[in-house]
Design a protein around this ligand. Structure first.
Ligand code: MG
Length: 204
């Protein structure tokens, strides 16, 4: 039997897509060794709360360090194994990790050069197909405009956090709305508050 669109929609899950460096881990240049992985304060607790509320937690990370020849894909896997170990030790877990290894050729993070590299939505769209995500009920959290735009380009709402990349020049205005929060903790609290408000509005 083939499910109708409404049946299919009801089985889809909301997700929070998360950037890595400067969002859930400390931003410290290129991360090229598992020994450098440091969780930011409240990252694990925030992920755990989102997951308890029913959100999938999916990491989507630009890793041009691979494309630049600074690390291999196996080394990137060991870095992510350490990230998973640290999260598990703090009671949290990611549902999936997607990484894009392409190098940018332009110094403009608002331009989609390659579908998978943020601000392209490719990783989010693939995760949505793989894991059954309702993008319209999902969020993207990251420290860069490329994160914000990747979320918007995938049909999600976006939040920019201030724990990572610092803009030393005026931020180029982009034609989309997004929320600014200090950290992953405030971003998660904002998402949970918005979810409660929506649930009240539809009488859940
Ligand atoms: Mg980042």
């Amino acid at each position: 039997m083939i499910s109708g669109t409404s049946d299919l929609q009801s089985t889809l899950k909301p997700a929070v897509f998360l950037d890595r460096d400067g969002t859930i881990t400390r931003l410290d240049g290129y991360l090229i060794s598992p020994n450098q992985v440091r969780l930011l304060p409240d990252a694990a607790a925030s992920l755990a709360k989102l997951k308890q509320t029913g959100f999938l937690c999916i990491l989507v990370t630009n890793q041009s360090a691979v494309g630049r020849g600074m690390i291999t894909t196996d080394e990137l896997d060991t870095i992510h194994a350490e990230l998973n170990r640290l999260l598990a030790a703090a009671g949290a877990q990611l549902d999936a990790i997607y990484s894009c290894h392409e190098c940018p050729s332009l110094d403009d993070e608002t331009i989609v050069e390659q579908p998978d590299r943020k601000p392209g939505p490719g990783m989010l769209l693939r995760a949505a197909r793989d894991l059954g995500v309702d993008l319209s009920q999902s969020w993207m959290i990251g420290d860069r405009l490329s994160d914000v735009l990747a979320g918007v380009n995938a049909g999600c709402r976006s939040i920019r956090v201030r724990t990572g990349h610092r803009y030393t020049c005026p931020i180029r205005s982009i034609d989309c709305e997004y929320a600014c929060k200090y950290s992953i903790k405030e971003a998660a609290e904002f998402i949970l508050a918005e979810t409660r408000t929506k649930d009240r509005a539809i009488g859940i």
